[in-house]
Write a protein of this length. Structure first.
Lengths: 259, 276
């Protein structure tokens, strides 16, 4: 992109922001519509009282825990399904049928089983994170070079050794792809789960307020549009950072692969 | 893949091996798997011994039967209406924007940063502000589906149109094709597999956004019905609605997958999933 076009684009966004600010201020409807400086004010306020940071870290902790559960259950199952064909054929219809259910649809059952103090959201996240792991690990294990396995067997390697030294390393790139999808998906689901809990459950599952519950209280209690936009920006920035981190992890762990 | 889960593209050889497995056995596999799930579920519900906490499969089937004769049609209709309007608008806008911004550099210079800014903000994050803008109504899921389905198809359309083989374009130019003809006869057929893959990804995320939006900000639809029955602690009905959501999501994905395979059989890239 040449410099001139760069200026045109910059000018376009500058004028849009200014026009937005001007329109809202001029119309005198500051309580109804978000505007740029208002979002900045909301940012300083919520960072100062610590509510935004606390909520974000609660949500992130849940995502990490759910991601770990999903990985711990999903990777072994996926590798097993991919490596042992009969198991793969028997289990994959089950996995496919469960996978079709949008994770968030489980929220009423999860609330009933696990209560409102955050574990229900954890269940939703783990459920969401589980399937990309299974699918990609199965794919990775299915597509490994059988010659390598046979060579290892011919050299007298035991099954455990083959899985550890041949199957897992060959499936690693696919598993990491699964991890990236899984993480992105988990982050979307935690917000959905927390929003649903915040809106539908009286007291909003006040155990550990996450970003979703914070948004609900910003909407219904404080009626702060700028705060809502701020929360959305935070959600967007975090998902960008997550994707960046996962890509870096992928490059670091599988340097022979160019992704 | 209604949950937006994606997997790496499968080389044709791997598919062939799977398909070569004896088909009469494969016909039995799905019912068998379902029977196992039902069996485990039944056993678990007997162990739990509380039909609210874990309704047995039979109870859920009975509830489903009751729902099919009762409200379910209304809910499915409402959900499908949300999905149809939102997905139609979203995928249409995404496709049009993709084509225009792949053709005109200035449009791309403006649209691309916007997309990259908005894309990380998942549709779900828009729910509160959508509720504020539209109130609790059917517009909330429609808006969310629109937003969710916009990006995958946009990204794929741009990628497809940009990765056109330059040789092909040059060959067409040399043979005297007009730029319009090149667009319709070279670029668009080349981009088609990408667009279809994008359409399927879009539908997956749209389905997920629909359920979430209906759960939180709608007054009709399958998602809304989940919490409606939860208020009455009718967990067998909740499970029946969850099942319906799963089956419908599965059907849609299978449908689009079949469509994709049929329309682009000629393409090696019919399994491209570029929007990662």
């Amino acid at each position: 992109m040449n410099a001139q076009r760069g200026w045109v684009v910059l000018a376009f966004f500058g004028v849009t922001l200014l026009g937005w600010q001007g329109a809202v201020v001029y119309s005198g409807q500051r309580a109804l519509y978000p505007y740029p400086t208002g979002v900045l004010e909301a940012a300083t306020r919520t960072v100062e009282d610590g509510s935004l940071v606390a909520a974000t870290s609660n949500s992130l902790l849940r995502v990490l825990a759910g991601f770990a559960i999903g990985a711990a259950c999903g990777v072994p199952l996926g590798v097993l399904m991919g490596f042992v064909r009969p198991i793969g054929r028997a289990v994959s219809p089950i996995v496919d049928s469960l996978r079709s259910i949008a994770p968030i649809a489980w929220i009423p059952m999860a609330l009933l089983w696990l209560g409102i103090r955050g574990n229900a959201a954890l269940f939703i996240v783990a459920y969401a994170a589980f399937f990309p792991f299974v699918v990609n690990a199965a794919q990775g294990a299915r597509l490994i070079d059988r010659n390598l396995v046979n060579a290892a067997r011919a050299l007298g390697a035991s099954r455990v050794l083959i899985v550890r030294l041949v199957v897992l390393p060959s499936a690693l790139p696919a598993i990491l792809t699964g991890a990236r999808i899984s993480m992105a998906f988990a982050w979307g689901s935690i917000i959905a789960a927390e929003l649903a809990m915040g809106i539908k459950v009286t007291s909003g599952g006040s155990g550990a307020v996450g970003l979703g519950q914070l948004m609900v209280s910003t909407l219904y209690v404080r009626r702060d549009v700028n705060g809502l936009v701020l929360d959305m920006v935070v959600i967007g920035v975090i998902s960008l950072l997550i994707d960046l981190a996962m890509r870096r992890l992928q490059r670091g762990l599988t340097p022979w692969r160019q992704t | 893949m209604s949950d937006g889960t994606q997997s790496a593209p499968v080389p044709p050889s791997a598919v062939a091996v799977d398909a070569a497995a004896r088909w009469p056995l494969r016909l039995l596999e799905v019912p068998l798997a379902l029977a196992v799930v039902a069996g485990v579920w039944q056993a678990a519900s007997v162990v739990v011994g509380n039909s609210t906490l874990l309704p047995s499969p039979l109870r859920v089937l009975r509830a489903l039967d009751e729902l099919v004769r009762g409200d379910l049609r209304e809910d499915v209709q409402a959900s499908l209406a949300h999905l149809g309007i939102g997905y139609g608008l979203g995928a249409g806008t995404g496709l049009a924007l993709g084509i225009v911004s792949a053709r005109f550099a200035l449009v791309e210079a403006i649209v691309d940063p916007l997309v990259e800014l908005l894309r990380p903000i998942s549709a779900i994050a828009w729910i509160p502000i959508a509720i504020l803008m539209f109130g609790i109504s059917g517009s909330v899921p429609v808006f969310l589906i629109f937003y969710a389905s916009l990006f995958p198809i946009f990204v794929n359309a741009v990628a497809g149109m940009k990765e056109v083989d330059v040789q092909l374009v040059r060959a067409a130019q040399m043979l005297g094709a007009s730029s319009r003809m090149i667009l319709t006869h070279v670029v668009m057929p080349f981009a088609l597999p990408y667009v279809l893959a994008g359409a399927r990804l879009s539908l997956g995320v749209a389905w997920m956004a629909m359920v979430a939006a209906e759960l939180t900000g709608s007054d009709a639809g399958l998602g809304w019905r989940l919490f409606w029955y939860q208020e009455f602690f009718a967990m067998d009905k909740v499970m029946a609605v969850i099942l319906t959501i799963g089956v419908l999501g599965y059907l849609f994905d299978t449908l689009l997958r079949a469509l994709q395979a049929r329309i682009t059989r000629w393409s090696l890239e019919s399994s491209v999933d570029t929007a990662r």
